[in-house]
Design a protein around this ligand. Structure first.
Ligand SMILES: Cc1cc2nc3c(=O)[nH]c(=O)nc-3n(C[C@H](O)[C@H](O)[C@H](O)COP(=O)(O)OP(=O)(O)OC[C@H]3O[C@@H](n4cnc5c(N)ncnc54)[C@H](O)[C@@H]3O)c2cc1C
Length: 380
């Protein structure tokens, strides 16, 4: 028997980190919100990410992305504090800056050149340091002899991404957001005056606005409302060690020690379609590099490994767009949903709620795909 239906100001399709951040920001703006999410078997980048809040090396072919990532990182302390006050959940934010370790002179040179290129593109407002082995050892005493140096930027950091997700969902619920699980959104019906209608099984949902934040599901959903979201999966694998005494005070782009002491080693970038399994060859490669970087890891136990799929646009940059054909329908997608969580909640959601579009994101529409930008140079 068909349900009479649920209505709200806004439906957010997708309850991963992007959808939860947007729902949180919309609810804070006073909107009533329904989040539709799939079941436990769904593909979720949110469950498998590396937890970095990373600015370094982002935006090499799109300076706006560099600036946007940096703005997001600046919003993080206030955002984390807000979540703690509202929910009591400490997301373990640390922003001491971050290192990219280099195992050859060629790697070090290439890194310096790419950071210089970004610094030039953003007119100098992009602090970084290049350190040789001796200088690096002052800050990371545990590095191995094969590490020739590193780049450092003070803008980087990390959080516990599962606690972040927990805090967002809890805060959403506290503000009355209705989160519906096992609610796969299929056909979206749009009408000029009544907004949007969706059916998930026997339940009908209606709202004046709809936000597509469904990760890899956005591709099929977007075209129904006149949007274009050509996202594809890119696999990343992550290895986790047993908990160790603290030896690493900073995150690096391929390895970090969590607040609980475990070391997370990642993360590969693989074009393997929708296969989210782990593979021994990739895990072995990552483990070898980790041991070269920090030889003390040679004798520790590995306790877990996973694979998960990133949500990638053709150039790797985010998509924030309202449909021209169906105003009130938005797509929000990116592959750095941890880094950008604060910006999604505090900048993008208020725009969707009725504010003006933040100038910094005006370039992040699908129109750029016809301009043929290059593949991304970063992964986190
Ligand atoms: C290995 C790896 C490492 C990463 N490391 C970092 C990092 O260090 N820093 C960082 O900032 N980011 C990182 N990311 C990216 C980050 O995890 C994602 O950007 C973030 O999880 C947000 O993803 P999302 O919400 O867009 O997608 P997802 O987490 O995939 O969520 C999409 C949701 O939409 C739902 N859905 C899909 N279709 C439908 C439908 N039709 N109806 C209803 N619901 C639907 C799915 O069930 C899912 O819950 C990493 C990702 C991976 C895989």
């Amino acid at each position: 028997m068909a349900d009479a239906g649920l209505s709200s100001d806004c439906i957010v399709v997708g309850g991963g980190l992007v959808g939860a951040s947007i729902a949180y920001g919309l609810a804070r703006s006073g909107a009533s919100v329904i989040v539709l999410d799939e079941d436990d078997k769904a593909l979720r980048a949110t469950r498998g990410n590396f937890g970095l809040i990373w600015v370094q090396n982002k935006g090499i072919s799109m300076p706006q992305y560099s600036a946007w990532s940096r703005d997001a990182a600046r919003l993080w302390p206030g955002f984390a504090g807000q979540l703690l006050t509202e929910t009591g959940v400490d997301v373990n934010l640390q922003q001491p800056g971050g290192f990219c370790l280099c195992l050859s002179e060629a790697e070090l040179l290439e890194r310096e050149q790419s950071l210089l290129a970004i610094q030039k593109a953003v007119s100098g407002d992009y602090p970084f340091e290049m350190l040789d082995q001796q200088a690096l050892r002052q800050r990371l005493p545990a590095i191995g002899p094969e590490v020739v140096g590193a780049s450092f930027t003070p803008m980087d950091g990390h959080v516990n991404p599962l606690k972040l997700y927990l805090a967002l969902l809890q805060a959403c619920r506290q503000m009355g957001v209705r989160i519906c699980h096992a609610a796969h959104a299929g056909k979206i019906e749009a009408s000029d005056d009544k907004g949007f209608r969706l059916s998930c099984g026997p339940v009908n949902y209606r709202a004046g606005k709809i936000v597509l934040a469904a990760g890899l599901g956005n591709r099929a959903l977007a075209e129904q409302v006149g949007l274009y979201a050509p996202v594809v999966p890119t696999r990343g694998q992550v290895l986790v060690t047993e908990r160790l005494r603290k030896f690493l005070d900073y995150p690096t782009n391929k390895l970090r020690q969590t607040d609980e002491g475990a070391v997370h080693i990642g993360d590969s970038v693989e074009d393997v379609g929708f296969d989210d399994r782990t593979t021994t060859d990739v895990l072995q490669f990552m483990a070898r590099r980790a041991v070269k970087s920090f030889p003390l890891l040679r004798d520790v136990n590995l306790v877990r490994a996973w694979g998960a799929l990133r949500v990638m646009t053709p150039d790797g940059f985010p998509l924030y767009e309202q449909s021209i054909a169906h105003p009130g329908a938005y797509v929000v997608t990116c592959h750095s949903g941890v880094t950008l969580a604060a910006a999604h909640a505090l900048r993008v959601a208020p725009w969707i709620a009725g504010g003006s579009v933040p100038a910094e994101i005006s370039e992040f529409t699908s129109a750029r795909f016809s301009r043929g930008l290059a593949r991304p140079m970063y992964v986190n």
